[in-house]
Design a protein around this ligand. Sequence first.
Ligand SMILES: C[S@@+](CC[C@H](N)C(=O)[O-])C[C@H]1O[C@@H](n2cnc3c(N)ncnc32)[C@H](O)[C@@H]1O
Length: 318
Amino acid sequence: MTFRDFNAWHTPVLVEETMEALDVKKNGLYLDLTCGGGGHSAEILKKLGDNGRLYAADRDATSVRICEERLFALKATGQFRTVVAPFSALADWLPEEDRGKVNGLLADLGVSSHQLDNPKRGFSYLHDGPLDMRMDRSQEETAEKLIATLTQDELTCVFRAYGEEQYAARIARAIVHARREMPIRTTGKLAEIVSQAVPPKARRSGHPARRVFQAVRMAVNHEYDELSTLLETIPDIMASGGRVVIISFHSIDDRMVKQAMRRWEHPCECPSDLPCVCGKKPLGRAVQRQSIVAGDREKENNPRSRSARLRAFKFKER
Ligand SMILES: C[S@@+](CC[C@H](N)C(=O)[O-])C[C@H]1O[C@@H](n2cnc3c(N)ncnc32)[C@H](O)[C@@H]1O
């Protein structure tokens, strides 16, 4: 596979901005927890000296295999290790001796172009395929199962909470009605039901199934819980002066990241007009106050970057 092919697998977003925010130390320890096709991992690895190390992880085994190939082409093993695991397993696989020693951590959330553009993975309303949406294909629960088994109220909740979908209730009703006639097995069928359930005005602003597909994907992959667990684990594993970079593609994830970074910066919950009794001290500070977005050129060259928001945090020097 050539370098060009790797980028066809997934063109990484905000690479320069990520590298600047990570400020890779030659001999540091780095975690890329969403290695995907290895675009960001490769850039980190290139900056590492002989004593630097990288763990490249992803819950999608196919992505990890591709990333591994790409990293092998750059450096010998020993300097990097690949891991197939979700965020929630980080505390289990990260060796004891590396806790508190992580100089930089990257999470580039969501799905890769390879996952999204492959109809067999069932993530996209643009390509017809099985209603799957699992990032980890060893997982039992698929989108088809979820759409077949959740009650109308549960579907409404999922579409509201994870898709911020205005027409959640009527879409859930349409799904329950349709599945009584015939099981909903494909992305095409689900997209069609959603498109018919929303009023014509909702069909004019982007694809009407976009929010529902995002919501179902988040539910199938337990993305909210995964990100919450990661954000709780991060302060325990970072080194003095360690940097965290998180790239989000929708407002729910970005809000969670923003709130967590704010908590790390201002952990004290005591009333502001009283002396602090909790003793919780700031863990560090946000690298920039505002999130970083792609420039016009990147947005033009890589449409996926249009919704990307990068937030970075630097833990205190101890
Ligand atoms: C946007 S892609 C990352 C692309 C990567 N930065 C690159 O340069 O190719 C997101 C990746 O995160 C992975 N992912 C999403 N949620 C995850 C989780 N909770 N645990 C581990 N991997 C996850 C997906 O499988 C996908 O490969």
